[in-house]
Design a protein around this ligand. Structure first.
Ligand SMILES: Nc1ncnc2c1ncn2[C@@H]1O[C@H](COP(=O)(O)OP(=O)(O)OP(=O)(O)O)[C@@H](O)[C@H]1O
Ligand SMILES: [Mg+2]
Length: 473
């Protein structure tokens, strides 16, 4: 059983049920004693009334049964009442013969017993008196017995209210316990929800202030562990980033040398091999650049370097200029619909550069020749939207989550990319505290990517909004 609430409940419920059982048994005993005492007193009073009526007559003892002796048993229970008066010679003077078994010797004084007579369980009292006359002593026993129905009813009437009261009290206490547990466990449940909602790579400290004193050390220990883990992960990331940096220079050199080699006069076989080598080297350079961009976005720590006002238009203009030739080569119409001046957003310039570049690069790369790509920058109330839309095939909704993962190419089998562009975009948008959305193009019908960024208030507003249609130049 893993639930803390259930375990606590069991720990409370089991002893409480034990206490209830003990208390019920004790109150039953008390009710039983009271009911017994009452019945025994009535039986004794009746037997004594009968015994008082014993008198000598014609040399023997006669017994008469006064009505009063039996009237005291009149009750709504309609219990049967039996009596027998018998002397020590075994002669029945009155009542039901056999109520006192023939073999039973007369006792002394008052004796109480439980017996069965005429198939009925009975409670009985036997009173033995010595009657003396002229030196003659006669011992006479008077036994009065009554059924148990009245006794049982009285026992029930005495015991049931107590049992009911105690059960209700237990239920009330349990209800209170449940309520208390629910209220007290709320901070823990809130903590669970906040941890569940975290991004998989979010190792920032968990707030423990509103937790109970007993739970804080656990969360503090976990925070310490997460901190050590973060340090280790950061060290690893730095190592990989350093390695990529180190690779950058030799790969750039290799590219330059291969470019130089291409200018020499060489035979067609060697030229073919050289071209393949140049292709490989170019891909290596692109991969290293993409990896570095990804590491930079991933390693970005919002706390140590908070977002600052950045001109989104600058990133748009730079990327358009960089990719203009590529768009031209593929006969694509590249339209920019944006404010004339600047569009200031909260973010980080290099990260926003890689967001715009990768989205534009994808749109130009995956849109078939002769298509169109549109970049829009829209100023909303307190945020700015960057919308990149194309007339290409788009991405099926079921693949949209997956293509944001590293090295996922959404089923593309060509070697045009590495599957890192959208992962870079996602990480960079996250580092700028923005939102990313992949959808269907409303205007051009292909993919529509929307990046929502906080507007930098007072950081230089957008200029007059103007549409700048134009093909890449
Ligand atoms: N505008 C788009 N239209 C259609 N498919 C797209 C578009 N953008 C991305 N995709 C699909 O999503 C996949 C992942 O894109 P992503 O930019 O992450 O990687 P890549 O372009 O393959 O490689 P890289 O960007 O690292 O060079 C692409 O391979 C492609 O299948
Ligand atoms: Mg890409």
């Amino acid at each position: 059983m893993k639930s803390l609430r259930l375990r606590l409940l069991v720990w409370v419920l089991v002893p409480m049920l034990g206490a209830l059982a003990l208390s019920a048994w004790l109150s039953w005993r008390a009710a039983h004693d009271t009911a017994s005492l009452q019945q025994d007193r009535r039986l004794l009073a009746s037997a004594e009334t009968m015994a008082e009526q014993l008198r000598w007559q014609n040399g023997g003892v006669v017994a008469s049964t006064p009505l009063a002796a039996l009237e005291m048993f009149a009750s709504s229970a309609h219990d049967r009442v039996y009596f027998e008066v018998r002397d020590d010679a075994g002669d029945v003077l009155a009542g039901w013969p056999g109520l006192i078994p023939a073999a039973e010797q007369p006792g002394r004084g008052v004796e109480y017993s439980s017996l069965r007579f005429a198939g009925e369980p009975l409670r009985a009292v036997t009173l033995t008196r010595e009657l003396r006359r002229r030196g003659r002593v006669l011992r006479v026993s008077v036994r009065v017995a009554e059924g148990r129905i009245g006794f049982e009813r009285l026992l029930h009437a005495l015991w049931f209210p107590t049992l009911l009261r105690e059960t209700l009290l237990l239920a009330f206490a349990l209800g209170l316990m449940l309520l208390g547990l629910t209220l007290e466990l709320r901070p823990v449940l809130r903590l669970r929800r906040s941890v569940q909602r975290r991004a998989p790579d979010d190792l920032s400290a968990i707030a423990s202030e509103e937790l109970h004193r007993e739970l804080r050390p656990i969360v503090d220990t976990l925070n310490g562990y997460a901190q050590r883990l973060t340090q280790q992960v950061t060290a690893q990331k730095r190592f990989v980033m350093d390695a990529a940096h180190q690779l950058r220079t030799p790969v750039a050199l290799l590219n330059a040398q291969l470019d130089v080699l291409a200018h020499f006069r060489i035979g067609p076989d060697v030229a073919e091999t050289l071209e393949a080598m140049r292709g490989c080297a170019r891909r290596q350079r692109l991969l290293i650049n993409q990896l570095l961009a990804l590491f930079r976005a991933e390693a970005h720590d919002m706390r140590s370097s908070p977002a600052a006002p950045v001109d989104l238009m600058e990133a748009v203009r730079d990327s358009c200029a960089e990719l203009a030739l590529f768009a031209d080569a593929r006969s694509l119409e590249l339209e920019v619909d944006a404010p004339e001046g600047s569009a200031m957003v909260m973010g980080h310039a290099p990260l926003l550069q890689s967001v715009v570049f990768n989205l534009l690069d994808n749109a130009l790369r995956y849109t078939p020749e002769g298509g169109a790509v549109q970049v829009r920058v829209l100023q909303r109330d307190d945020f700015v939207e960057l919308v990149v839309e194309d007339s290409g095939p788009g991405i099926e909704p079921r693949h949209r989550e997956a293509v944001l993962e590293r090295f996922n190419r959404g089923g593309s089998e060509d070697d045009a990319g590495f599957g890192l562009g959208l992962a870079i975009v996602r990480e960079a948008v996250r580092a700028c505290d923005g939102q990313l959305e992949l959808g269907d193009g409303e205007r051009l019908g292909g993919l529509r990517v929307v990046v929502r960024l906080r507007a930098a208030l007072g950081g230089g507003g957008p200029g007059r909004k103007a549409t700048q249609p134009g093909t890449a130049t």
